[in-house]
Design a protein around this ligand. Sequence first.
Ligand SMILES: [Fe+2]
Length: 180
Amino acid sequence: MSQLTVFNDQAPNSALLKSTDANKIKQHLAQVGVNFEQWQTGQAITSSMAHTDILSRYQEDIARVQADGGYQTVDVIALERGNPDAAQLREKFLFEHTHNEDEVRFFVKGQGLFCLHIDDKIYQVLCQQGDLISVPANTAHWFDMGSDPEFTAIRFFNNEAGWVAQSTNSDIATQFPLLD
Ligand SMILES: [Fe+2]
């Protein structure tokens, strides 16, 4: 179940708030400029499904999000359990970083933990199948895909080439709970 946990950034051991109510998650995140939505997922997505079929399945929602955010391109990223490079892939975004552009992800399948550092709070958002999150450009955050990642996600880009993780040189991500 999708979940939001909010911490003070100095107190990783005591959550200020925990909610699995999608409307509450949406409300809390909207207050800090983060968009969270749940889409109707309908028919199950299988591992063998072509990425073009996944994109056409959600074409109306995709078109709306693209128009709202001015996202030029979308793609699909898929990771299956048992990936031999899992540890390396996990490390790639497991430190606090920013991007020059929004990080927008829709989870078609599986899950991932977005951790957003906004003002003096940490917002940990467990995104699962059917969840869309838009992390605004220049928001400090980290992402945990877990030790044995499994997810299929649609990604939205303003400029794919500009989507580089810039470290904040903080070790804060090591102080907070991870996915497993
Ligand atoms: Fe990121």
